[in-house]
Design a binder for this molecule. Structure first.
Ligand code: SF4
Length: 401
């Protein structure tokens, strides 16, 4: 398997107190039941506005952040979603709606835009049991992805991201999805691949203090038939079969393993039929640092009118050799002076891993931190808090023997 050296890349500066994003869950209700979901569906779980406001105030008190991912459940099922977006905007953060898109209409989109929505992340993959799209593979689902990307583009200047959970049997489609994103670089700003994880009962036992815990009640416990250890680098290796130059520029490491990649970011510069090159680590460092100097927070999402200024970004070539190479690739054809160059992010997320000695390798500098009981907690592990009041510890199987 391909091994990347984390020291060759820029370590994103995000941390618990100063991050690009925070994660708000206004409801646990969802209108789909995707495989791999980390939250138990609950139809009676819409939080009242004053509770949501309190959670946002916890973020504001404890953590700088540029954007708030409004997740769940599906946040569009919340009857006051427009008001939630308005409050976040009022609190000077970018409201980003994370949704399966099922109930998004042009009318609702117009209302959300008026309230200040900054972007959408659509979760679309083949294991959602989506009405009308059952048994479609990832490639066939591109038609649906295009529908949402077009809808946002028509509404003008709303950031458009897609994420899909990647399983052992669907990872083969990743290069095709990266290709689809390239073809739609004018209207798709971010493509995210989240590698599937579930409780791995074969490797570790779970404890709450001295008590062994039966994890079978938890939603992310499954009789796992598929691999739950796919590594971010495996996806890079696959994508390189289609794009040999594909190379990340920045990452978040694991909390226990500094050389593991938890968030692995690649920035590409291209047009709808060609990728001219990639961002290097210096360019990404300048972007994050500059944004922090100007706005006092690290950059999360970027609006489409900014991702269109790829030619201006080429100036970063003065500091970054990879961008310099992109500059020469692009202007090799002098007619390109009249063409737009777009920026697009491809992010690979590798959630929690259990190491051989039982340690839990989380995302160091987790952006998806949410609020539970007035505290900042990992959103991917909140079911443990809701069930037991604490996060469980893990030890290698039968470690006492
Ligand atoms: S630690 Fe969990 S919640 Fe945080 S980014 Fe990683 S997978 Fe997401």
């Amino acid at each position: 398997m391909l091994r990347l050296n984390h020291l060759d890349y820029y370590r994103l500066p995000w941390n618990l107190a100063d991050n690009s994003i925070s994660w708000l869950e206004p409801t646990f209700k969802c209108n789909l039941a995707c495989d791999g979901c980390y939250r138990r569906n609950d139809n009676n779980s819409h939080k009242p506005i004053d509770v949501i406001r309190e959670e946002l105030e916890v973020f504001n008190r404890l953590r700088k952040c540029d954007g708030v991912s409004i997740a769940g459940g599906d946040p569009l099922t919340h009857p006051e979603i427009v008001e939630i977006v308005r409050i976040i905007k009022e609190m000077k953060m970018k409201p980003i709606v994370n949704t399966n898109g099922l109930v998004l209409t042009r009318e609702l989109l117009a209302e959300l835009k008026k309230a200040g929505v900054y972007g959408f992340t659509f979760h679309i993959d083949s294991k959602q049991g989506r009405p009308g799209w059952k048994n479609k593979n990832e490639i066939e689902l591109n038609e649906l992805r295009y529908h949402y990307a077009r809808m946002l583009a028509d509404a003008k200047n709303i950031s458009c991201a897609f994420n899909s959970t990647v399983y052992e049997d669907t990872m083969q489609y990743v290069p095709e999805l990266v290709k689809w994103a390239e073809k739609n670089i004018e209207i798709v700003q971010v493509m995210v691949f989240i590698i599937y994880r579930a409780v791995n009962n074969e490797k570790v036992d779970f404890y709450l203090g001295p008590k062994k815990i039966d994890m079978s009640q938890l939603v992310y416990n499954e009789e796992v038939k598929e691999r739950v250890d796919i590594q971010a680098e495996e996806l890079v290796e696959l994508i390189r079969k289609e794009y040999p130059d594909f190379d990340p520029c920045a990452y978040l490491n694991g909390s226990e393993k500094p050389d593991s990649f938890k968030w692995l970011l690649t920035g590409r510069l291209g047009t709808t039929n060609k990728t001219y090159g990639y961002m290097g680590k210096k360019a990404m460092e300048i972007v994050q640092a500059f944004h922090h100097i100007i706005n006092d927070r690290y950059l999360a999402y970027v609006e489409p009118k900014m991702t269109r200024i790829g030619k201006t970004m080429l100036l970063l070539g003065a500091f970054d050799k990879r961008v310099r190479k992109t500059f020469f690739n692009f202007y090799r054809n002098p007619l390109n002076i009249f063409r737009r160059l777009h920026y697009q992010s491809v992010m690979i997320i590798q959630p929690v891993d259990f190491l051989e000695d039982g340690r839990q390798n989380m995302c160091d500098g987790c952006p998806d931190i949410t609020v539970w009981d007035g505290k900042l907690v990992w959103s991917c592990r909140m079911e443990e808090l809701m069930s037991f009041g604490y996060n469980v510890r893990t030890y290698p199987k039968d470690f006492l023997n």
